[in-house]
Write a protein that binds this ligand. Structure first.
Ligand code: GLU
Length: 416
């Protein structure tokens, strides 16, 4: 049997690399070595047929030197403790790269939401938030959407938590529906952030975006918006896949019409004017930018050799394994790392939380302007760390920026 994939170990190795490139205080490294807390819970759910099923869930709180823990909750059959720990660590570094006053956390529930009825999903969601309620709160740990979770589920979370506390606690969760204190622009925020980072990188590395060809893996909340915003910039979306199949058209696909088709039929498959493309074919397409916007570990030692894109922009968390990273580097493919590329989502989550604290709400334009400024600054900070050092790629540079900020906060708080 093959060894299970060691997600947390992979993030730890990246921290090691960055620590070596910047001569990080070893005490800071030691404080970041293990998550501060991981809560493992069992969630009993009464199913529609009268049976009881007990689901497993986790909330991992990695580090909170910069502020309350922050990070999404995913519902996935393969979510496990090690993966949740790694994703929580990515949140620590992601929040630090964009300069948010948050630590990192992540939650996961082992389930396949497609097999659950609406009522079962609601009872599971409420059960999970009850189980982790003792360790979350608007000043403690603030969950948000992630893979297979959305605004509707966030609405159940905030309701259940508020009932437990006996008062409305809108700031305990972000990614809520607008009517419950959600922010304008949260839905498209990750995709919009991906677009800003690509725009800045194109200026820094000299890539013409008008007519640039783009392949997107995943057409959910991240991939579909990234495709739309890049299309608006003049890029050509030549291929898109989802879990059911994919579509290709060398002249470009209109992502707005594709979204309507997907909403109507449940998949991007069979979109008129396109030919089918498989996931593996998409990853190997000749294009300027490949955007993995689905799950982790999609580019591996096995398939990275066939990547023909000039850039890989990680809209998903952890889509490139370290083996793939090495191969891409040797091939001269520029990789824009997840903790920078997809930080737009948590940034607008932060805006939502700020608006909840004030109970005063911003327009979509205000949200977008503030997001743009944060993403541009984050890119410039990472680019500077990259340009100043030899033998450092953008991923390690992003960790250097994050670790500098974490180390400064640890020092200021007297932890080291
Ligand atoms: N799940 C998203 C991420 O991985 C957003 C987290 C948040 O908004 O707290 O960055």
């Amino acid at each position: 049997m093959s060894q299970p994939y060691r997600h947390y170990e992979v993030v730890s190795q990246l921290v090691q690399k960055a620590a070596a490139a910047m001569k990080l205080d070893p005490r800071v490294k030691e404080l970041l070595r293990e998550p501060m807390r991981t809560l493992k819970v069992s969630i009993p759910v009464k199913m529609d047929d009268g049976s009881i099923r007990v689901f497993q869930g986790f909330r991992c709180q990695h580090n909170n030197v910069l502020g309350p823990f922050k990070g999404g909750i995913r519902f996935h059959p393969e979510a496990d403790e090690d993966e949740v720990k790694a994703l929580a660590a990515l949140m620590t570094y992601k929040c630090a790269v964009v300069g948010l006053p948050y630590g990192g956390a992540k939650g996961g529930v082992l389930c396949d939401p497609r097999e659950l009825s609406e009522g079962e999903l609601e009872r599971l969601s409420r059960g999970f938030i009850r189980a982790i309620a003792p360790i979350i709160g608007p000043e403690q740990d603030i969950p948000a959407p992630d893979v297979n979770t959305n605004a509707k589920i966030m609405g159940w979370f905030v309701d259940e938590y508020s009932v437990l506390r006996g008062s409305y606690q809108r700031g305990v969760v972000t990614g809520k529906p607008i009517g419950l204190g959600g922010s304008e622009g949260r839905d498209g925020a990750t995709g919009r952030g991906v677009m800003y980072v690509i725009r800045e990188a194109a200026a820094a590395f000299g890539l013409e975006l008008r007519g640039a060809t783009i392949a997107v893996q995943g057409f959910g909340n991240v991939g579909s918006y990234a495709a739309k915003f890049l299309h608006d910039l003049g890029c050509k979306i030549i291929a898109v896949t989802d879990i059911f199949g994919g579509v290709y058209c060398k002249d470009g696909i209109d992502p707005y019409s594709l979204k309507e088709h997907e909403m109507r039929t449940g998949s991007v498959k069979d979109f008129p004017g396109t030919t089918p493309v498989s996931n593996e074919e998409l990853l190997a397409l000749e294009c300027d930018i490949l955007i993995p916007a689905a799950l982790g570990n999609q580019l591996t030692g096995k398939n990275a050799g066939s990547v023909k894109a000039k850039w890989v922009v990680e809209a998903a968390n952890g889509p490139t394994t370290p083996e793939a990273d090495e191969i891409l580097k040797e091939k001269g493919v520029l990789v824009i790392p997840d903790i920078l590329a997809n930080a737009g989502g948590v940034t607008v989550s932060y805006f939502e939380w700020v608006q909840n604290n004030y109970n005063y709400y911003w327009s979509a334009e205000e949200v977008d302007q503030r997001l743009e400024r944060i993403m541009v600054d984050a890119f410039q900070a990472v680019y500077k760390a990259y340009a100043e050092r030899e033998e450092v790629d953008l991923r390690v540079a992003a960790y250097v920026v994050a670790l500098e900020r974490l180390a400064a906060a640890m020092k200021a708080r007297g932890w080291v």
